[in-house]
Design a protein around this ligand. Sequence first.
Ligand code: SAM
Length: 448
Amino acid sequence: MNLPNAFVCRVQQELPEQADQLFAAISENAPRVSIRQHGTKKEAEGLPLDTSIPWAERAYWLKERPIFTLDPAYHAGAYYVQESSSMLLDHVISQLPSFKRALDVCAAPGGKSLIIADRLPQDGFLICNELVPKRADILKENVIRWGNSRVSIVSGAAADLAAAGCEFDLILVDAPCSGEGLFRRDPDAIVNWHPDLPAQCARMQSSILEDILPALAPGGHLIYSTCTFGRLENEAIWQLLQANELEPVALDLPSDWGFIDSAEIFNDMPANKAFRAIPGFASGEGFFIAAFKKPASNSQSLHLEINVATIENPLLQLKGSLELFGLANQQYAALPKQWETVLKLSKKLKVIHAAGEMGMMHPQNGFVPAHALALSTDVETTFETHHFDLTQARWYLARKDFSPAVIPTGYFLISWQGHRLGWAFNKRGKFVNCFPVPYKIRMDLPRN
Ligand SMILES: C[S@@+](CC[C@H](N)C(=O)[O-])C[C@H]1O[C@@H](n2cnc3c(N)ncnc32)[C@H](O)[C@@H]1O
């Protein structure tokens, strides 16, 4: 692998003790494939699980890379394919106090959002933001698949999020960065890299942080992470945050996990306050993470009354503190009662996906369930379920032209081995596949 000269020189200067091992690891070893399983959906069978990843719950390295696209359990959200170092977020969050209002500022494709979603309490919510529209669509697909109805997606700049006047207990800034930690996994990361990129990224990172910090509630926590190696984008940003009176949080990481304390590399960093994953040391790609607390103060938190009407709920059984609300355009969503922030943000920013999306009321066809409802783990439905075998499940996911002999009436759920995949509709005896076209399998299917 041809690493850019300027990158090699800088790493040799900044990480003299780690540089050789890092270069050897990214040049000689293939990246390992890893997944994180869903906590409440039916477990996927047949995955080539290797060892478990100690810093995240239900996380495993795989012995080899299966063709995930052909696995219906993947489409059902039984697991998410995620790089293992970045799952350290799960361990970091587990060391912070519980939170109800969470914001993921730079969220797509969404692996870290799903980690936060899994740690939300019943009455908590997560707003995922993604500035780039195409990436927001991928994020939406992943969030819907995971099926946590407490997650909304919006698209805007950090300044717009803060200008909406909302406050959060936990904010993650997994910042756009120069991507050096992905060199081994993604050849484009090398092609796109240039010597000025780290400085450009550091400027963008500090401006995102400056814009978003007003939205962090007093006493709330900020997590900052990147997938790059340069000090400028990691420890220098850490020092900027500390200089702005954020209190660094001590993190407890067993040394045998292989993450390196920034204090071991830079003598102006305190111990246990920021960690790096460096290939050759930790089993995963490059990553940096640190957490901060915003000091408590007397600043007033904003409060906005919810202003939507509760509607009758004949078809859905909602868990916990969710209530069904009628939104604009005959859309229905199941939302916790105290969601002023979500409504407030949705008035200010482009909404890509409303949390708790359930479906819409069609003037002729009645209630039309949303794809998100089929995959939701928060809502049980009374719709009938039709079970497919593996071949039929793949045809369904690929939207092949086929029709089962006998089908239920109206809308019904399609399931494979207990994994809910989506909806179908009986149109005067004809099977109508409702699996969303943008998410369909586009590769050739095996013959059996
Ligand atoms: C490192 S990626 C996030 C990865 C994601 N957190 C995950 O775990 O899947 C950074 C994201 O920030 C977005 N982004 C780029 N510029 C941004 C900006 N100025 N403000 C906020 N987000 C931005 C990028 O489009 C990208 O999706």
